[in-house]
Design a protein around this ligand. Structure first.
Ligand code: FMN
Length: 155
């Protein structure tokens, strides 16, 4: 049984997936579950659930939102990871509400810029090229370590 599941929805450029992979690298008690490919395992086996997504039309990926709404289990600790084109507050409001409705505990969130070529931005070469950067990825690792779910060696 693993302790931590990170559910990831990262369909645009794999930006959010980079954060998740950096956090999970070499960590054998983390299951990374790509919500676009796999039907996630029963979440009840996990003490901690990470919810990771790009921001699409102001929201976390809809399939991921639907999934956690139906499957979070009371008492789980939940954290959020996300990448966006434009910084703005409130991207995680919906997630926080679901966590509360599910009687889970919201442990925190980390968001950073991601390469974006959606719609008209493509015409100008996109925004946020090179993001998440190495330091933003390290920021995600530091955030996770700071949650103290487990000890982790950081290079
Ligand atoms: C269909 C679509 C809609 C998007 N809507 C927003 C948005 O509302 N706000 C924003 O800041 N970025 C928006 N973006 C940019 C993405 O959030 C950004 O590129 C993110 O890093 C994508 O993550 P991913 O590569 O993990 O999918 C949008 C991108 C796409 C493809």
């Amino acid at each position: 049984m693993k302790n931590i599941a990170i559910l990831v929805y990262s369909t645009h450029h794999g930006n959010t997936r980079k954060l998740v992979d950096a956090i999970a690298m070499g960590q054998d008690d983390i299951d990374v579950i790509d919500i676009t490919k796999e039907k996630p395992a029963d979440l009840s086996q996990y003490a901690v659930v990470g919810v990771a997504s790009g921001i699409y039309a102001g929201h976390f990926g809809k399939p991921l939102v639907r999934y956690i709404k139906a499957n979070l289990c009371e008492g789980q600790r939940v954290f959020a990871l996300y990448t966006y084109g434009m910084p703005r507050s409130g991207y995680t409001n919906e997630i926080k509400n679901i966590v509360e409705e599910s009687r889970c505990l919201y442990s925190g969130e980390y968001g950073c810029k991601g390469y974006n070529t959606f719609g008209p931005f493509k015409l100008f070469g996109g925004t946020g090229k090179g993001h998440p950067s190495a330091s933003e990825i390290q920021g995600a690792i530091d955030f996770f370590v700071g949650l103290k779910f487990k000890r982790m060696k950081v290079k």
